[in-house]
Design a protein around this ligand. Structure first.
Ligand SMILES: Cc1cc2nc3c(=O)[nH]c(=O)nc-3n(C[C@H](O)[C@H](O)[C@H](O)COP(=O)(O)O)c2cc1C
Length: 382
C-alpha cells in the first residue's frame, strides 16, 4: 500500500510540475511600428529567436494601423496590455536618427502605467530598420532613454554573433540592438546575417525574460489599471467574438470619416464582402430579420472606420454621441426603431456606458446600392 501511495504521489508531483512548466511559459510582446515592412522582417526574426528554446511565446503587434498589405493583418496593441507581458522587444524604423513618431506617440501614452511603476523591472530590448544606418545608434539610444524612465531592464546585444557574420559588406549589428541597413541594396535586406543577429537577440532576450519571470508585479498593476479605467475595448471585442470587417472603400469623392475637433463623422451602409447584404425594401423585398442583420453589418462597418479614425485604439473613443438610421421602407412602415436597435445594441455591447447615444430613425424611398439601411454616426474621441 505504501509503495502504491508513493507511486501515485510521485505521479501527481510530476504532473503538477509539468503543468506548472507549461503555465510558466513567458509571454513576450514584439511591439513594432513599420511603414515599409523592414522593421516587421526584423520582428519576425526576433520572434523566431524568442520561441527557439520552447520556453517563451512571442506576440508581434503594431502600435498603429497601417494599410500596407504586408502589415495590415498584424494586430494593434493597446497601451493597457503592456504591463501584462514578461518582456517587450520594441522595433521601429530609424527616422532622422530617432525612433518613429508613431512609436514615440504610443510610448507617450504610457504615463498612467509609468506612475504605477507598471513596467518597472520588466526586461526590454530594441531593434530597428534603418536606411543607410546614419544615426542608428542614436536612435536605439533614444529608445533606451524612454524605456529607462520606465525602469525597464534594458537587454543589450554587445558583440553577440559578430564572429559569424560576413564582414565584407556593411551589416546592421550594434551593441544596443540589431538593425538592418535597408537602403544598401547590393544584397537583399535584411541580410541573412542581420536576420541571424536578430534571431540571436530574440533568443537571448527570452533567456533573460524567463530568468526574470515573476520578479515584478505585473498582475497587480494590470488589475489597478483595469479598476481605474474601463475595460480594454480590444479585450471586449475578443471576448464577445466581434470581428471588425475591412474598412469599406469610399464609393465616390468623399472620405470614410472626417474628424472635426474631437468629433468623428462616419456614414456607412450594409456592404459585406464587397456586396450589399440583404438588399431591398423592408416589408416588401426583405424581412425585418434580414434588415436587422444588414443594420448590424452597417454598424460593424462604422466601427471599423472608427477604429481607423482612432489609429487602431478604440479605447480612445470617449462616447458614441448620435446614431441616425435611415431605412429603405415601404410607405406605411413604422417599426424603424426596432430595426435600429441592432445597431444601438452593438454600440452598447462594445462601449458599455460610453456606447449610449442620442438617436434618430427615418424611412427613405431609396438608398444607394439598394441597401436596406444607411447609418450616420457621430463619436467623440480623445
Ligand atoms: C523621414 C525619414 C527619415 C529617415 N531617417 C533615416 C536616418 O536618419 N537614418 C537612416 O539610416 N535611415 C533613415 N530613413 C530610412 C528608414 O529608416 C528606412 O527606410 C527603414 O527601413 C524604414 O523602416 P520600415 O521598412 O519598417 O518602415 C529615413 C526614412 C524617412 C522616410
Amino acid at each position: 500500500m505504501k509503495k502504491f501511495n508513493a507511486f501515485f504521489s510521485g505521479l501527481l508531483l510530476t504532473l503538477t510540475m509539468s503543468s506548472m512548466t507549461a503555465q510558466q511559459k513567458t509571454n513576450i510582446l514584439v511591439l513594432i511600428h513599420s511603414d515599409e515592412g523592414g522593421t516587421y522582417e526584423m520582428a519576425k526574426e526576433i520572434a523566431k529567436g524568442i520561441e527557439s528554446n520552447g520556453t517563451s511565446k512571442a506576440f508581434i503587434k503594431k502600435v498603429t494601423i497601417n494599410d500596407n498589405p504586408k502589415l495590415k493583418n498584424i494586430p494593434v496593441a493597446s497601451v493597457n496590455e503592456l504591463a501584462s507581458y514578461d518582456g517587450i522587444a520594441f522595433g521601429s524604423p530609424v527616422y532622422f536618427g530617432n525612433i518613429s513618431t508613431s512609436m514615440s506617440e504610443f510610448i507617450s501614452k504610457t504615463t498612467a502605467i509609468w506612475s504605477q511603476h507598471g513596467l518597472e523591472g520588466m526586461p526590454a530590448t530594441v531593434f530597428m530598420s534603418a536606411g543607410s544606418g546614419a544615426g542608428r545608434e542614436l536612435a536605439l539610444q533614444s529608445f533606451w532613454n524612454m524605456l529607462a524612465v520606465h525602469g525597464m531592464i534594458l537587454v543589450s546585444n554587445g558583440i553577440r554573433g559578430y564572429e559569424n557574420i560576413d564582414k565584407t559588406i556593411p551589416q546592421g549589428n550594434t551593441v544596443l540592438g540589431t538593425t538592418s541597413l535597408a537602403s544598401l541594396k547590393n544584397i537583399e535586406r535584411p541580410t541573412p546575417d542581420e536576420r541571424y543577429l536578430a534571431e540571436l537577440q530574440g533568443k537571448n532576450f527570452a533567456k533573460v525574460a524567463t530568468a526574470l519571470q515573476g520578479t515584478f508585479q505585473k498582475n497587480k498593476v494590470v488589475q489597478a489599471t483595469r479598476d481605474k479605467k474601463e475595460e480594454d475595448i480590444n479585450t471586449v471585442l475578443h471576448q464577445k467574438n466581434i470581428k471588425l470587417p475591412e474598412v469599406p472603400k469610399p464609393a465616390g469623392n468623399y472620405q470614410p470619416f472626417v474628424r472635426s475637433g474631437n468629433l468623428v463623422f462616419i456614414n456607412q451602409y450594409a456592404l459585406k464582402d464587397g456586396k450589399i447584404q440583404n438588399p431591398g425594401k423592408v416589408g416588401r423585398d426583405i424581412t425585418e430579420e434580414q434588415a436587422k442583420e444588414a443594420t448590424r453589418t452597417t454598424m460593424l462597418n462604422i466601427l471599423s472606420v472608427l477604429n481607423q479614425a482612432v489609429g487602431g485604439d478604440l479605447n480612445k473613443v470617449k462616447r458614441c454621441v448620435q446614431l441616425t438610421g435611415i431605412f429603405n421602407t415601404t410607405e406605411n412602415y413604422s417599426k424603424h426603431a426596432e430595426l435600429m436597435n441592432a445597431a444601438s445594441d452593438l454600440a452598447a455591447d462594445v462601449f458599455g456606458e460610453k456606447g449610449k447615444h442620442a438617436r434618430a430613425t427615418l424611412g427613405a424611398y431609396s438608398i444607394p446600392g439598394n441597401s436596406s439601411v444607411e447609418i450616420q454616426a457621430i463619436f467623440e474621441i480623445e
